[in-house]
Each structure stands twice: as C-alpha cells, then as structure tokens.
Write a protein that binds this ligand. Structure first.
Ligand SMILES: Cc1ncc(COP(=O)(O)O)c(C=O)c1O
Length: 379
C-alpha cells in the first residue's frame, strides 16, 4: 500500500466492537484485570494505552520500523533515546541541529557522563575522524535546522555499521512521507511530532521508531520506566493529523519551492537555503535519498535591522517559534531556537543575525509572497 493510503487509513478498523472509523480515546489510567495473573493486554496507561498503541503501531509502519513509541514531546522522545547510553559513552552529532537538542546534550546528559563531538555530518570523512573508542552512536539531522544542510544517510549508516555504532536520525523536517532513514539502514528515528506529523500547531508530542526487537524492548523499558508518555487525547489528535500528512506535505513543498525561488531573486535577500534549489549543494542527494525537499526555507537578508523589520512587519505570516503546521511561521534562529548555542558556534555555522527561517504553510502562495514582499520592502 502507498504511504498516503496508510496515513489516511490510520486506525480505521481498529475498533472491531463498534466499527468506529475514528479510533476511540481511551481516557483511562488503569484497566480491570479479568482474573489474578490475567490481563486484557492493557494494565496501566503509562505502560500501554489503546489509543497511544494505534499511533505507535502507525508510526512504526510508516517509518518501516519494528516498534514505535509515543512521548509527551519531541525532547522527551529524544531524552529517552539518550538514556540508552552509559556514563563514558560518546556521540558524534550534527553540529547544525535543533538548539534544544544541543541544550539537553550539553546541559543535562553531559552531567551524566555522556559526551558529544559536534561535526559537519554532511562530511563523512569529518565524522569518521571524530570517532573515538568510546563512540556509541551518530545522531544526525538531515536536512539540518536551520541551515538545511544535507547528510548522506547511506554513507553515514555504512560507516556506523563498520564501527558497530547506532545511527539515530531526527526525521522531524522530512517526515516518513518524504524520507525513511530506517529503510536506508538507520537504527532509530526520532520525531518532534509537534511539527508536520501533528501539523496544526495545536499539540506537542514526540515519536520514536526503532529497528530490531532487542532495541525495541530496551526503548519500551525506558519509556515505561521514565514515563514521559503521550496522553490519549493528544494521541488521538496526532492520529487525526497524520491522516492528512500526505496532502499537507505536497502543498508545503510546492509553496516552499515557489517562495525559495522568489526569495532567490529578491534584491534584499543575500542567500536562500532550500535543498530544492538546483544551486543547493545537497539538492542531488535529497533527490536520491528522499522523495521531496520539504517545507522549510531559511534565508539571509542584507542587514540584522532588516531581519528585525521583517519579523515585525509580517501580517499574515506569524512570528512564532515552531514549524510544520498549516500556518506559515517565521523565526529568528539566533535569538529563538538556537539561543542556547554559544555565539562562537553560531557564528562559525552561519546562524547569524541576518538569518530568518520560514516554516512554509499551506495558504495560497501568492498571499504568502505578497506578505513577505511588503515586509522586506524598504521603509
Ligand atoms: C528538529 C527538531 N527536533 C526536536 C525538536 C523538539 O521537539 P519538541 O518541541 O516537540 O519537544 C524540535 C523542536 O523544535 C525540532 O525542531
């Protein structure tokens, strides 16, 4: 079955008793035991909840994995995965990544003895050179946040396998509709499901999908032990969001491509970062390892003052910190998503005061371009 069909059909037919097309919300903390030592399969909702289970099975199927897990937020999902590691372990991590991931690694997990080296994961040689005897995993975002650099997933997986390392991919920007890292050999996929998967800027959630039974058992043990699970209501909302992911992503991409082309010829824009532009260094690679370029577009304007002006003058587009929803949002990475990154790191990477990031929504693209045009206009 094609992925658009799988998405729409999520949960349909699950409730055999009533035939409900929409999965019921099992708003129950606990479940009656039929007898001593017997279970309906559900005992306590931290461990397993039927509504969450539908979502977890759906995301596992969509990503081509063996087991899926739903968490209260993307950070809860990622943090639970990071608990797979021990003090003394080392990770090699994409240097240009979500600021909150950098923060949790540096400010939380470092305190428990997990160290990281941040490298340009678009350069496999550089990744290889940063491996140590203690390295246990690669943690990769592709395309990266906010500069949309593209890493070669198959090449990274091949390196990781040679060295006995896990490959963990944050697939938030692409979603399984466009990119399935597990099918390219990765071991774990993490999502901020708050973004495209939920799609409506109305809930926060995280998802993890793993390959292999043993890894699934360990993540399941951690999910139940730590308990940062997604509640049944939000699981239901996320299932509802998933159903329209295909049509939403198609429109996000069409709009993003049109806006990227328009920005590229704008006199007050000095650089556009969108993997779908033929001039983007990762364009061919995305075409090979994914089925689309996504809906995120970053761009540099001529001055930091102009960046501020755009944020203040957009009317239709909201100046807000998130991405992946139907509504177009604009963010200022240096001051928002990436403010916890030290200035020298940000400067080296190019996350400057000139940089703006658009999460292109599904509105009429002409209206979006008109809004950007008036916001970029000289005062
Ligand atoms: C790429 C990426 N990963 C993870 C996260 C964290 O997810 P959440 O905000 O749902 O905790 C974000 C949030 O912006 C993100 O952009």
């Amino acid at each position: 079955m094609k992925i658009s069909t799988l998405l729409v059909q999520t949960g349909v037919g699950w409730d055999q008793k009533t035939g409900a097309v929409s999965v019921p919300i099992y708003q129950s903390a606990t479940f009656r035991h039929p007898a001593l030592g017997a279970s309906t399969g559900y005992d306590y909702s931290r461990t397993k909840n039927p509504t969450r289970q539908v979502l977890e099975e759906a995301i596992a199927r969509l990503e081509g994995g063996d087991q899926g897990f739903a968490f209260a937020t993307g950070m809860a999902a990622l943090s639970t995965v990071l608990m797979l590691f021990q003090p003394g372990d080392h990770l090699v991590v994409s240097e240009d990544l979500y600021g909150g991931t950098y923060r949790v690694l540096q400010e939380v997990f470092r305190g428990y003895g997990l160290t990281c080296t941040y490298v340009d994961t678009t350069d496999v040689k550089c990744v290889e050179e940063s491996l140590t005897a203690a390295t246990k995993a690669l943690l990769v975002e592709t395309p990266t946040n906010p500069l949309l650099k593209v890493a070669d997933l198959a090449a990274l997986v091949s390196l990781a396998r040679q060295r006995g390392l896990l490959t963990i991919v944050d697939n938030t920007f692409m979603t399984p509709y466009l990119q399935r890292p597990l099918e390219l050999g990765a071991d774990i996929v993490v999502h901020s499901a708050t973004k495209y998967l939920a799609g409506h800027n109305d809930l926060v959630a995280g998802l993890v999908v793993v390959k292999r039974k043993e890894l699934g058992e360990r993540v399941g043990f951690l999910q139940n032990s730590v308990g940062a699970v997604l509640g049944p209501q939000d699981s239901w909302l996320l299932i509802r969001g998933l159903k329209t992911l295909g049509v939403r992503m198609d429109r996000h991409q069409d709009n993003a491509a049109a806006i990227a082309r328009w920005l590229d010829s704008h006199p007050r824009v000095t650089r556009v970062y969108y993997p779908g532009l033929p001039t983007h260094p990762g364009c061919q690679l995305v075409a090979r390892q994914a089925s689309g370029f996504g809906g995120m577009v970053s761009f540099d304007v001529t001055t930091p003052e102009l960046a501020r002006q755009v944020l203040e003058r957009v009317r239709l587009i909201s100046f807000a910190e998130s991405l992946g929803g139907v509504e177009t949002l604009i963010t200022y990475p240096a001051r928002q998503t990436h403010c916890d990154m030290p200035l020298e790191v940000r400067e080296r990477l190019g996350i400057s005061d000139f940089l703006l990031r658009l999460s292109v929504g599904i509105e009429d693209v002409e209206d979006l371009i008109a809004d950007l045009d008036q916001a970029l206009h000289a005062l």
